[in-house]
Write a protein that binds this ligand. Structure first.
Ligand code: NDP
Length: 291
């Protein structure tokens, strides 16, 4: 039986969407409809399902969304040209290119072609540089969602030892920087960290973003730790599970996120938040230019 308090990402995200509806309605009344372009290449079922979810979320809160689809054979110049067009459009405030992309296309080039002012995924080097230098900008959705979850359950971060397992550009690295910006002491672990448990057991807050079911068990955590499970894996029965043994870790932790229903819905909702932010920034720029 899980004794830890569940951090219900699904409920927190729902409450955020409800608040966003009001914000978007207000923006509409003032003449701006936040707009998101979602670019999908090919027919990868997981990507198609993510994109569908993102479009549905936009609809729910009143954000305009446009799905732009390309066949898997699309050339890199063709895709970059489309991004260039979207960069120029006034009705599109955020651009998201669903990853992964087919191998003839450089993800790096695609990310760097998106205007940093429309980089709602927060993957552009300028966004990551802003995060690193503690400037306002777009923070990648998963780390931003983790922060919001912790805030929602009043877990303080300053002075805590945060251990992050995973160092990807989209989760581990930006999460570590974000925690550092919030005055945590941060340890980053990866596939060459040995022994992993030596580090994870020291965590007041443990973030696991690896993609390996069962990586973290009860013996790997400190009693009372806050455990954030980013991992998404299919077990042998096809069920979605995280990287953390939920039941046993839940008996030792103080807070834990479930999979599904934890970090996933928060990641989705932060895309909406970034799109609204992009539209607000654009408006502010217009007003300043008009003065
Ligand atoms: P990546 O594959 O890009 O990175 C995985 C990281 O885990 C790497 O840094 C790797 O180390 C490290 N790693 C691999 N094996 C071990 C190990 N045995 N011990 C310690 N570290 C290890 O994955 P992502 O960051 O993109 O995603 C991680 C997981 O989170 C996946 O399951 C993904 O599906 C999920 N995810 C969930 C999201 C959500 O919204 N819930 C959003 C994004 C991702 P090294 O660098 O040395 O190779």
């Amino acid at each position: 039986m899980t004794t830890a308090q569940l951090i219900d990402g699904k409920a927190i995200a729902k409450a955020k969407r409800t608040e966003m509806k009001t914000v978007v309605a207000q923006m509409k009344a003032e003449g701006t409809v936040p707009g998101l372009a979602v670019v999908l290449v090919g027919e990868n079922p997981a990507s198609m399902s993510y994109v569908k979810g993102k479009i549905r979320d936009c609809k729910e809160v009143g954000i305009y969304s446009e799905l732009i689809r390309f066949p898997v054979s699309v050339s890199e110049p063709e895709l970059l040209e489309k991004i260039g067009e979207l960069n120029e459009r006034d009705d599109i405030h955020g651009i998201l290119v669903q990853l992964p992309l087919p191998k003839q296309i450089s993800e790096r080039k695609v990310i760097q072609t998106i205007s940093p002012e429309k980089d709602v995924d927060g993957f552009h080097p300028i966004s990551l540089g802003r995060l690193m230098t503690k400037q306002d900008g777009f923070v990648p959705c998963t780390p931003a969602g983790i922060m919001d979850m912790l805030k929602a359950v009043h877990v303080s971060i300053a002075g805590k030892h945060v251990v992050i397992v995973g160092r990807s550009n989209i989760v581990g690295k930006p999460a570590s920087q974000l925690f550092l910006n919030h005055d945590a002491t941060v340890t980053i672990c990866h596939s060459r960290t040995t022994p992993l448990a030596h580090y994870t057991k020291q965590a007041d807050i443990l973030v696991v973003a690896v993609g390996r079911a069962g990586l973290i068990g009860a013996e790997d955590i400190k009693p009372g730790a806050v455990v954030i499970d980013v991992g998404m894996n299919r077990n042998k029965n096809g069920k979605l599970v995280g990287d953390v043994e939920f039941e046993e870790v839940g008996e030792k932790a103080s807070f834990i996120t479930p999979v599904p229903g934890g970090v996933g819905p928060m990641t989705r909702v932060m895309l909406l938040e970034n799109t609204i932010k992009a539209a607000k920034i654009r408006n502010r720029g217009r007003k300043i230019n008009a003065q």
